[in-house]
Structure formats: C-alpha cells, structure tokens
Design a protein around this ligand. Structure first.
Ligand code: NDP
Length: 300
C-alpha cells in the first residue's frame, strides 16, 4: 500500500486564494487593507529567506506588507519601542517577530510586548492561555496548518488517538491543545518518553515535530495512520553532487509512506501551510479589530 500524499503546497494555495478573495471584499466594502509587519533582528540566512517569502506572499494576497530589518546589535529597548509603535499603528493588523532572536534579547519579554490582538504568531502568553482554555485566540501558524490538513482529511477528528512527538511552545504544545479541542485522545511524547515506538504504534494520527532527520521509521506507524511531518532538516545529499544538501522531515518518508494511510511530504507539506496560515491569521486579526465577521475555515 502506498500512502495518499497530502499536498500542503496545493492546500496552501487554496488558503491563499480564500484569503485573497476576502481581502478584496474588505477593500471594496469597507476600505480596509490588512497590514502585516515582520520584524527581523540580525542576518540569519534561514530567517532572511522566511521573511522574504512572507513579505512576497503578503503582497500577493493584496495586503500591506512591512519589513523591519534591524541590526544584530539592536538593543532590547529599541526593539520594544519599534513594537510599541507597530502596536499603535492603525495600518498594521499583524506583527511577527522572527525567531530566534539574538542571545542578548529576551524572547519572552519581546513576544509579550506585542498587542495580543496583533500577535499573528499566537505566541503571546494571553493567546497561549486563551487557546489552552478553549477560548477564541490567535492560533500558532504551524499547528493551525496541520489541523486544517487533518480536518480536511478526516472530516471529524473526534475519538482519534493522536501522538505528537515534541513538546515545544511553538509546535508540540499548541498542536496538543488543538487536537484536544477537536476531541482527539492526545499523547505528547518528548525526549524522555519511554518506548516511543510502542507509543507511536497505537496512533491514528502522528505529528512529528522533533528536529531530527528521518527519526521515525515506517515500522513505528500503525497501518493506515495519518502522518504529519513538521520537521525541516537539511542533510548532505552526495547523490546530487559533492557538497550538495537536501531537506528532509522528522519521519523516514520512504518507509512511512508504505504503511501510512496519508502523509505530508518535506518539502511541500507543513511548510507552505505555515505561511498561508500567517496570512489567514492576519486577515482574522483585521476582521476582529474592525468588528467584522471572520471568514469560515481559516481559524479554529
Ligand atoms: P524544538 O527543538 O523546540 O523541540 C523539539 C522537541 O522534540 C522537544 O520537545 C524535544 O524533547 C523533542 N525531542 C528531541 N529529541 C527527541 C527524541 N529523540 N525523541 C522524542 N522527542 C525528542 O523544536 P520545534 O518544535 O521548534 O521544531 C521541531 C521541528 O519542526 C524542527 O525540525 C523545525 O525546523 C520544524 N519546524 C517546522 C516548521 C514548519 O513551518 N514546517 C515550523 C516550526 C518548526 P524535550 O522537550 O524533552 O527536549
């Protein structure tokens, strides 16, 4: 059996189309243009690629995009003052501070200085608390994208056994809250989990968010299970030539796709959905800020 490939790229294009349509309506009917500001401190090459891609896609869906590129030596006070300015800027509905920040900046302090209503990454402590208590919040983009793909695949997730490997604040924990919210029975595994193979082998849904290349082999997967691979790992690819590299996920795609019912590829799975959900969150934040109805299916 070969698993159905969950095409995150195509799904993300559909989400972007929906966002784009709604942005047009907002402009025509209310004269509103959603605005997203992305703040990048330093010159981390991966972060620069993400920020460029976010800015490009923001413009493509008809939103206002601002990039604030700051020197690596920017002080905490200066960064907080920029965020404070963006918090009170009526042209900005979403603020994203690209992580990781340089070591001298306190990430928690910086994230919690963002107006929670503009916190389109969903990392502010207020949004974390709202999500954890089942209240309306801004939902972190990566788990939101995973949930959208799972809902599309299953219809209802109620009663499914879900195992999440990884307990980070940006993926594992919010993913667990979302799947609980959809009435899954949720297990969150981590580096201290015993018998991980046995834990994973019972799951109808496996979400791998570990950061270890191809860690989950096919013989851990229950036949027919749905596998969502969040991992992005760059490894050497000598078959492509000397010094070449390639991206792989946290699951071993070849063996897992022989057993799973459906699986997300890397690249082309969760990654594109993350940026699409950032745009969806910016639209949601804009609708809420203006007391307008939110488009259906773009948030929980
Ligand atoms: P973190 O490093 O913050 O968390 C990794 C988690 O994996 C931790 O909870 C850790 O456990 C757990 N872990 C580590 N080793 C093992 C092991 N051997 N067995 C079981 N669990 C283990 O990573 P993130 O959550 O930020 O990211 C995870 C992956 O997802 C990365 O590859 C990252 O690049 C990718 N990612 C992809 C995104 C996308 O858009 N597709 C967005 C965000 C992340 P413990 O807590 O005990 O240390």
């Amino acid at each position: 059996m070969s698993a159905q490939v969950i095409d995150g790229k195509a799904f993300a294009a559909k989400v972007r189309d929906q966002v784009s349509e709604h942005v047009k309506l907002l402009k025509v009917e209310h004269g509103i243009v959603p605005g997203l500001a992305v703040v990048l401190v330093g010159e981390d090459p991966a972060s620069q690629v993400y920020v460029r891609s976010k800015g490009k896609q923001t413009i493509e869906v008809g939103m206002h995009s601002e990039e604030h590129k700051l020197d690596i030596a920017t002080s905490e006070a200066d960064l907080l003052s920029i965020i404070s300015r963006l918090n009170s800027d009526p042209a900005i509905n979403g603020i994203l501070v690209q992580l990781p920040l340089p070591k001298h900046l306190n990430e928690d302090l910086v994230i919690n200085s963002i107006d929670p209503a503009k916190d389109v990454d969903g990392f502010h402590i207020s949004n974390v608390g709202l999500l954890g208590t089942g209240q309306r919040s801004m939902v972190p983009c990566t788990p939101l994208g995973c949930l959208m793909m799972l809902r599309e695949h299953f219809g209802s997730l109620s009663g499914k056994d879900a195992v999440i490997i990884g307990r980070s604040n940006i993926v594992g924990k919010p993913m667990a809250q979302l799947l609980l919210g959809d009435s899954c029975t949720v297990t969150v595994a981590h580096s201290k989990t015993k018998n991980l193979k046995q834990v994973v082998s019972h799951a109808d849904v496996v979400v791998a968010a570990v950061g270890r290349a191809e860690m989950v082999p096919g013989d851990w997967i229950k036949p027919g299970a749905v596998v969502i691979d969040v991992g992005i790992n760059r490894i050497p690819a000598p078959e492509k030539g000397e010094g070449k590299t390639k991206l792989v996920g946290d699951v071993d795609y070849d063996s897992c796709s022989k057993v799973a019912g459906a699986i997300t590829p890397v690249p082309g799975g969760v990654g594109p959905m993350t940026i699409a959900c950032l745009l969806a969150n910016t639209l949601t934040a804009t609708c809420r800020a203006n007391g307008l109805t939110e488009p259906e299916g773009l948030t929980v």
